[in-house]
Design a protein around this ligand. Structure first.
Ligand code: GLO
Ligand code: MG
Length: 344
């Protein structure tokens, strides 16, 4: 039995719209999603602030907390936890030039407001993690933002969360591009360095998404290893990605099984999950798929993760160590592949 607990967000069951075409599936109400998540073995739900409290810009702070309470009751009813709340700092007209790093003071204040409301929502849902996917914190036109000022503004944004609540934790989810061209925080190395500039470095860590590492031209398992060595891997978004294209959010292991195996290996071998971390998924079903199968990619991702856990458990460590000692890496390469193929 897998000891890991899985989480997923409501956006992972979506209508299928992309940059070139409209929705192809009907919207599923939030409660139906939650019910189904429970049925398929999910333990926690990931939230954007407005997944929990739609239309929050038009609500007072007390109204926001009271709506969040209703969501908490719903989660309790189905026996699910909330993993994190992420302020959606990329959809609103106020965030078209970024959230914390916008060139407009009024828009930066809006970002602070949304981030602090996310803390209120997280607290009401019973969780202490705020995820920052810094979607628009960077540039499309490089000269439009001085990169040093950009960093200072990012730090001010993170500090506005840390100072608002003395025990809240911030998990930055790095991504090198999309929707912006040049991100101010493209990799986990940047996240860990950035954490040091904030008011409470111990409360700033990372969430690594497999596809985002691949988009940065890096190996997700090595990125995860770097974060684990720094004790900063507080969340993951497992998925898969066919090379350096648009962000695909494919099912975990669907493109590169060996890369997926190495992610499971590093997480399992280095105590990921021992402090309550979840195996978060950030996967989307293909646009071609019908609504009847619109949870399959989540179920498949969990199943592949568990199958790969078995592969990690049965990976012959003595054999690996012997091959390492002999520096016979060709043989180790072959052993790994044949093990994944079920031959050895
Ligand atoms: C997009 C991101 C996005 C975030 C989510 C939580 O590329 O992966 O899905 O993970 O908004 O912040
Ligand atoms: Mg993600």
């Amino acid at each position: 039995m897998s000891k890991f607990r899985f989480s997923v967000g409501p956006w992972n069951v979506h209508e299928g719209e992309d940059a070139f075409g409209p929705a192809v599936r009907k919207s599923i109400p939030f409660e139906d999603k939650v019910k189904k998540f429970k049925e398929i073995g999910i333990s926690a739900v990931q939230f954007h602030d407005d997944d929990a409290v739609p239309d929050m810009n038009n609500l007072s702070e007390d109204q926001i907390k009271s709506r969040a309470k209703d969501v908490k009751s719903l989660l309790d009813e189905y026996g699910l936890e909330a993993e994190f709340v992420a302020p959606r700092l990329w959809m609103d007209p106020h965030t078209s030039d970024g959230g914390f790093t916008s060139n407009s003071k009024e828009d930066r204040d809006f970002a602070f407001w949304r981030a602090q409301r996310s803390v209120d929502i997280a607290r009401t849902l019973g969780c202490d993690r705020i995820v920052l996917w810094l979607a628009r914190e960077g540039t499309l036109c490089q000269e439009s933002k001085d990169p040093v000022v950009g960093m200072e503004r990012l730090v001010a944004g993170i500090d506005s969360i840390l100072n608002y609540d003395p025990t809240i934790r911030v998990l930055i989810e790095p991504k090198p591009n999309e929707p912006i061209d040049r991100s101010f925080c493209p990799t986990i190395g940047h996240v860990i360095a950035l954490a040091r500039l904030t008011a409470a470095p111990d409360r700033v860590g990372g969430l690594i998404e497999s596809a985002h590492a691949i988009l940065a031209g890096l190996d997700p398992a090595v990125e995860m290893g770097f974060a684990l060595a720094n004790k900063k891997l507080w969340g993951v978004h497992l998925n898969d990605q066919n090379g350096m294209r648009y962000d695909q959010d494919k099912s975990f292991g669907a493109e590169n099984l060996r890369q997926a195996f190495n992610q499971v290996m590093v997480l399992k071998n280095h105590g990921y999950g021992h402090n309550g971390e979840y195996i978060g998924l950030d996967v989307k079903t293909m646009r071609t798929q019908k609504i009847e199968v619109c949870y399959k990619h989540i179920e498949n991702s969990m199943a592949v993760f568990k199958l790969l856990e078995k592969k990690v458990e049965t990976f012959d460590i003595a054999k690996r160590d012997k091959l390492i000692k002999a520096r016979d890496y060709e043989a180790l390469d072959y052993y790994t592949i044949s093990h994944l193929l079920g031959v050895e």
